[in-house]
Ligand binder design. Structure first.
Ligand code: ZN
Length: 316
């Protein structure tokens, strides 16, 4: 009945034994994420091997922060993961002696929230993970929608400001440049530079230390006016972005996950208002429920493990 979920992210590799109800039975971690493919294989094998020795696990799911081929056997590329056009499913299935399945990390997180989390029972669910950028997943009738070539949905790179802030993707004005943890810090720095207003964040900025999204959230929670303005602006962008999403996909549930969802109480009501104002035909249609994620940092591992259970034909 138990499966393993492995979350291979930019900073660490985490693995957990997961019960079919989504609860975590045991968890291990290795950091940093190895920068060579063979060493990453070794790390995954060690983590899974240790868990499998102590628990009767039947399959392994990998959630990877990178491009996964549409056949979900190969990792094409990841900015912070060393696998390149690597046939990791075949290689690790043989090495681990267990069925292995592979999924993009945002899709795994979306799957977890749909099966055992905030989007349980939704017919069209969108997960928006706010962190360094925006990760997104779309589930239609419970199945991950990945597009014809496996890259959908790239919500974070919708252009919302022509000629706006430069994005690592090569474009300008992408949504995630205004609506992510990174964006919170960047917006705060811009506002501090442009005003004389008192802010708890100013001292760090004057020492040329980068202002992080977490700093902004903490300052806003402490009542800092400038941080509050930044968070309110963030809420507007989120609501506007979700209205775009709703115009295309008409979801019944949107789940807000990622690191920034820890501070959801600061901005979720503002985002809901902006979303309702902005969506086409608002007031004359049913609106998606916008809910904070419930699985937090475990969503990738839980989703990968449940994916393994479903796809590897594990019964029980
Ligand atoms: Zn972009």
């Amino acid at each position: 009945m138990l499966t393993v979920g492995v979350d291979i992210g930019g900073t660490s590799v985490r693995a957990a034994v997961v019960h079919p109800d989504g609860s975590i039975v045991a968890e291990v971690r290795a950091a940093p994420t190895p920068d060579r493919a063979a060493v990453l294989d070794d790390t995954v094998a060690e983590l899974v091997g240790g868990l499998a020795a102590a628990h009767p696990v039947t399959a392994v799911g990998l959630a990877v922060a990178g491009f996964v081929d549409p056949d979900r056997r190969t990792v094409a590329f990841g900015a912070h993961v060393p696998w390149r056009d690597d046939h990791v499913v075949d290689r690790l299935t043989e090495r681990l002696g267990l069925p292995v399945v592979l999924e993009h990390d945002a899709n795994a997180a979306g799957l977890a929230e749909h099966r055992v989390g905030a989007a349980a029972g939704a017919s069209v669910a969108v997960l928006v993970a706010l962190g360094t950028g925006i990760g997104a997943a779309l589930l239609v009738d419970g199945a991950v929608f990945r597009g014809a070539y496996g890259v959908a949905p790239e919500l974070g790179h919708l252009t919302v400001v022509r000629g706006g802030r430069p994005c690592p993707c090569g474009k300008r004005g992408c949504l995630e440049r205004y609506c992510s943890g990174t964006a919170l810090g960047r917006s705060a720095e811009e506002l501090i530079a442009a005003s004389e207003d008192f802010s708890l964040l100013r001292a760090a900025w004057e020492r040329a230390e980068p202002v992080t999204g977490r700093d902004v959230a903490r300052a806003a929670e402490a009542g800092d006016g400038l941080a509050r303005r930044v968070v309110d602006e963030f809420a507007e962008w989120l609501g506007q972005g979700l209205a775009l999403v709703a115009d295309v996909f008409d979801p019944d549930v949107v789940v807000i996950g990622g690191e920034v969802s820890a501070s959801a109480s600061l901005y979720l009501d503002g985002a809901r208002r902006r979303y309702a104002d902005e969506v086409t035909g608002g007031g004359h249609r049913r609106l998606a429920e916008i809910r904070p994620a419930v699985l937090g940092g475990h969503a990738g591992m839980v989703g990968a493990a449940l994916d393994a259970r479903e796809r590897a034909g594990v019964q029980g």
